[in-house]
Design a protein around this ligand. Structure first.
Ligand SMILES: NC(=O)c1ccc[n+]([C@@H]2O[C@H](COP(=O)([O-])OP(=O)(O)OC[C@H]3O[C@@H](n4cnc5c(N)ncnc54)[C@H](O)[C@@H]3O)[C@@H](O)[C@H]2O)c1
Length: 432
């Protein structure tokens, strides 16, 4: 097995969150600070809670991942970020109403110290929001330079050894991949010409990678998922990953679809709808932002069920996804799935899922894991798309030659086996 040289996680890890005043970002930050003070448990985080079998079964070795994989310590994390609103993270978390005041108070001073930097924003890309804390720049290229300066200043001011940038900001309107996104020189030219094909999220991604900082995309937009950015990431030797955190309904889909397929049960239709009342729900109420999300959510079933191989089972699936903005529920989403399946001799059956979840509570641990694992990837010298992190994403990034893996448990095996390889252990071909 090829040995991987991992640089030690010495010094501070700066975590720069785009959309630092949002529900997901503030829930992630509050939780991480509370966990490191011993005030909360990191439920849902693989890096903090999961074990990993090492060696032969009869050796009975099941250490916690965090005890054997050289991850950055939570104590070494310093938070910062950008938002289009000026409020500090304490105010933002209060307004998001995900967490109770008692859970914010234990880390109030730390939260108040996190003040957003001015955002790179263009309302044409998030129509429902009116930003008041935004940068002025003549072109997208100038915006990139300002963001690069923010990154450098943050690193120096906070004495960070390494940084990671994670996109937890609003979903931008749908932008299909065009010619300018397929080549690095063309992308840079388009930024200089202030082309409308350059979304603000691309400016953050470019700035991070150009500064040698890994970039994680938690939303479904193109952002870093294009050949031009893959090229930049390879050139700068920087890991990138995305896109769209896999939290509620899609997580269920990537568990239930493999179940149907392994039992050779057929599927006629899958109707998913949900009600959501937070700011994300409001943004997704705009049809152009919803389109970005819809594309991300729809790709899952076909890739898992392989209708080409099983036309009699999956050749004619009606798949519909709806998101409805419903303010009374705030962050506490309710998602319904109606799944029309069929069995022996074609007899129809139905499955109904009613998932009363909390969007940001499900997303926060993914943010923590992704930040720690992407930093690890950088210290291992990995660059470009990190497909071993597909476990965390609805629409895992992949190049044109690779088929993405959506099955949650296959993704899990791949994640753990990469960790085993990093620490020089034998891989397993099943779930432990
Ligand atoms: N919560 C989940 O389960 C989940 C799952 C998958 C993806 N996501 C995605 O994560 C993102 C965050 O979700 P949320 O519920 O926290 O939304 P939110 O609306 O509460 O937070 C988004 C934040 O981004 C800020 N923002 C918008 N454009 C910006 C820009 N250009 N620069 C800097 N800040 C900007 C907004 O002001 C806001 O504070 C969304 O794109 C959402 O679709 C969430």
């Amino acid at each position: 097995m090829k040995e991987i040289n991992v640089k030690e996680a010495n010094g501070k890890l700066g975590v720069l969150v785009v959309g630092v005043g949002g529900a997901v970002a503030s829930t992630f930050i509050v939780g991480t600070l509370a966990v490191r003070k011993g005030l909360a448990q990191p439920i849902g985080s693989i890096t903090q809670l999961a074990t990993m079998r090492l060696g032969k079964r009869n050796e009975n070795r099941f250490p916690k991942i965090k005890d054997v994989v050289p991850l950055a310590k939570l104590d070494d994390i310093v938070f910062g970020g950008w938002d289009i609103f000026e409020e500090d993270v304490y105010e933002a978390a209060k307004n998001a109403e995900v967490l109770l005041p008692k859970d914010l108070d234990g880390v109030k001073d730390e939260l108040q110290a996190i003040k957003p930097m001015k955002a790179a924003f263009d309302q044409n890309f998030v129509k429902r929001l009116h930003g008041t804390w935004v940068k002025e720049a003549a072109t997208r290229w100038d915006l990139v330079q300002q963001l690069r300066e923010d990154i450098r200043n943050f690193k120096t001011k906070n004495n960070c050894d390494r940084l990671v940038v994670i996109w937890c900001a609003s979903t931008e309107v749908y932008l299909p991949m065009g010619e300018v996104h397929k080549d690095l020189a063309k992308l840079e030219q388009a930024m200089k010409e202030n082309s409308c094909e350059i979304a603000p999220s691309m400016c953050y991604a470019y700035a991070a990678i150009a500064e040698g900082v890994p970039f994680i995309n938690g939303a479904p937009a193109l952002t870093v998922d294009m050949p031009a950015m893959w090229q930049l990431a390879e050139k700068m030797n920087v890991p990138i990953c995305g896109k769209d955190f896999k939290t509620g309904q899609t997580m269920m889909k990537t568990v239930l679809s493999p179940m149907l397929k392994t039992r050779m049960l057929g599927l006629n239709g899958w109707f998913s709808t949900n009600i959501l009342g937070n700011r994300d729900g409001e943004v997704l109420d705009d049809p152009d932002s919803f389109k970005t999300k819809e594309v991300s959510k729809l790709s899952v079933i076909d890739t898992i069920l392989q209708p080409d191989l099983y036309p009699e089972l999956y050749g004619n699936i009606y798949h519909k996804v709806r998101i409805n903005y419903y303010p009374p529920r705030k962050d506490n989403k309710e998602g319904w799935d109606n799944i029309d399946i069929f069995g022996w001799m074609g007899y129809p059956m139905q499955l109904k899922v009613d998932f009363l979840c909390r969007d940001s509570i499900l997303a926060a641990p993914l943010c923590l894991d992704l930040v720690l694992l992407t930093d690890l990837a950088a210290r291992c010298g990995f660059s470009g798309i990190q497909s071993w992190l597909s476990f965390y994403f609805k629409s895992p990034m992949h190049d044109f030659e690779t088929v993405p893996e959506h099955d949650l448990f296959i993704q899990y095996v791949k994640l753990k086996n990469t960790l085993r390889k990093i620490i020089g252990e034998e891989t397993l071909d099943y779930i432990d």
